[in-house]
Design a protein around this ligand. Structure first.
Ligand SMILES: NC(=O)NC(NC(N)=O)C(=O)[O-]
Ligand SMILES: [Zn+2]
Ligand SMILES: [Zn+2]
Length: 443
């Protein structure tokens, strides 16, 4: 009998605190040893030669919509989780909406948990939904392990997940504060967005730019300020998802300075795409909040580089191709980008290679921070005692993303055709190799 299940030999091991050459031993799904001063004896059932590769903690994607049960023709836990594995992620937090029924009570949560246990090739955790009328259901979901709660200020686009009015958000925050949990919010002002959208459409202005202008940055700022006031009044921990602009991040950072427990996420698409991509690629690049201009992209990168952003979520919100087709009216067509497989590629190519993001910063943002923020005490780094969630990357390999490379149910993404530097070679989840050189190898 070999001493270990797996040994990863001689890779460059990156954590938020260090970058060291060494060996990793894995037993029963856990990292049992990390040795950087001498080689480990080759006493394992499986030896992985990581010479020339970088070894990162598996990414944690805090924001995906996998749509199962009820809308698996849009994605599904199997295809969604395979795409994450192919992109180097070992864990996801699934949003409560776009699955039907949505996760707004314990029974729906249990149903989704069971499906994920059966179908996901990576670790799954869940957000619970806060919608009008379900404040008294939050505790049950909290007791069953949701990562936090999620509400929408503007309409969500899904008829069984209503947006939360102020009273729901306030009462919800009081309850969530008493549970010690966190409320994540899609923060765009429903008033500003609705009025501007009406005006645009009345004038027959429905281009990509018109759509983007109908959901301006100020609408995010207004919503975030409002939510921060509620967080201060109730003591509820707050999380702003998919901030599209540095200006939004600044509002969060100011509140953090005052001691408010508010955190902020941005997404790869706000760091890699602009409204020009929406004009050129059409519906495939439509999302809410919309893509901004180039200056916003650079400003947002500066926030990332300074450590002013807490986490990166893909906000993978897929839909079938026909729902993403827009001919001339950008107010129609599904809002949501397919991107879960590309997060690490974008952070490496746009961040590490182009803008000086260090690998340690990358690991902190994409792994350690989400683990710490959401209480995953055995994840987020590579150290003895932690779960063996590990991603092997070859920084010397570049590739052009092809449709056929995508594991999504619908093989489309605004990143297809783009060239990335740095390729995921293996993804290990709880000690098992689930992605290996282009193939899913999970049972
Ligand atoms: N119903 C959705 O999945 N919406 C999502 N859509 C986006 N971001 O365009 C989101 O997270 O708001
Ligand atoms: Zn959202
Ligand atoms: Zn989302």
């Amino acid at each position: 009998m070999a001493m270990y299940d797996v040994i990863i030999k001689n890779g460059t091991i990156v954590t938020a605190d260090s970058t060291l050459q060494g060996d990793i031993a894995i037993q029963d799904g856990k990292i049992t040893k990390v040795v950087t001063d001498k080689p480990l004896e080759n006493d394992a059932a499986k030896l992985i030669d990581a010479e020339g590769l970088h070894v990162l903690p598996g990414l944690i994607d805090p924001h995906v919509h996998f749509n199962e049960p009820g809308r698996t023709e849009w994605e599904g836990l199997e295809t969604g989780s395979k795409s994450l594995a192919a992109g180097g992620a070992a864990t996801f937090f699934d949003m409560p909406l776009n699955s039907t029924p949505p996760v707004i009570d314990k029974d729906n949560l249990n149903a989704k948990k069971e499906l994920a246990a059966e179908k996901s090739v990576v670790n799954a955790r869940f957000w619970g939904g806060l919608v009008p009328g379900n404040v008294d259901k939050l505790k049950d979901m909290h007791d069953r392990g949701v990562i936090g709660f999620k509400a929408f200020m503007p309409p969500s686009g899904i008829e069984d997940f209503d947006n939360a009015d102020d009273e729901t958000i306030f009462k919800g925050m009081q309850e969530i504060a008493s549970l010690g949990s966190r409320l994540a919010v899609h923060a765009e002002s429903p008033v500003i967005c609705e009025q501007l959208a009406k005006e645009k459409q009345r004038q027959g202005k429905t281009s990509a730019r018109d759509f983007a202008e109908s959901r301006p940055i100020i609408s995010e700022i207004d919503a975030v300020k409002h939510l921060i006031s509620y967080a201060e009044a109730t003591g509820c921990k707050l999380h702003i998802v998919h901030a599209s602009s540095r200006k939004v991040v600044n509002i969060v950072n100011d509140a953090q300075q005052r001691g408010v427990d508010v955190t902020v996420e941005t997404c790869p698409h706000y760091l890699a795409l602009t409204v020009k991509d929406l004009e050129e690629q059409g519906g495939i690049a439509k999302c809410m909040p919309p893509l901004r201009d180039n200056r916003e992209v650079e400003d947002l990168w500066n926030a990332v580089l300074r450590g002013d952003i807490n986490v990166i979520g893909s906000d993978h919100s897929p839909a079938p191709a026909d729902m993403k087709q827009i001919t001339d009216n950008y107010f129609e067509g599904w809002g949501g980008i397919s991107g879960a497989q590309s997060t690490l590629n974008i952070l490496l190519t746009e961040g590490y290679f182009k803008r000086g993001l260090t690998l340690q910063q990358l690991v902190q943002l994409a792994s350690e921070n989400p683990a710490k923020l959401f209480g995953l005490t055995s994840k987020g780094t590579i150290a003895a005692g932690f779960d063996a969630d590990i991603t092997l990357v070859d920084l010397n390999e570049s590739f052009e993303l092809q449709k056929e490379d995508l594991f999504y149910r619908h093989q489309h993404s605004p990143y297809v055709g783009k060239t990335y530097q740095g390729a995921v070679k293996k993804t290990i989840v709880n000690g098992a190799i689930v992605f290996d050189n282009g193939d899913i190898t999970a049972d």
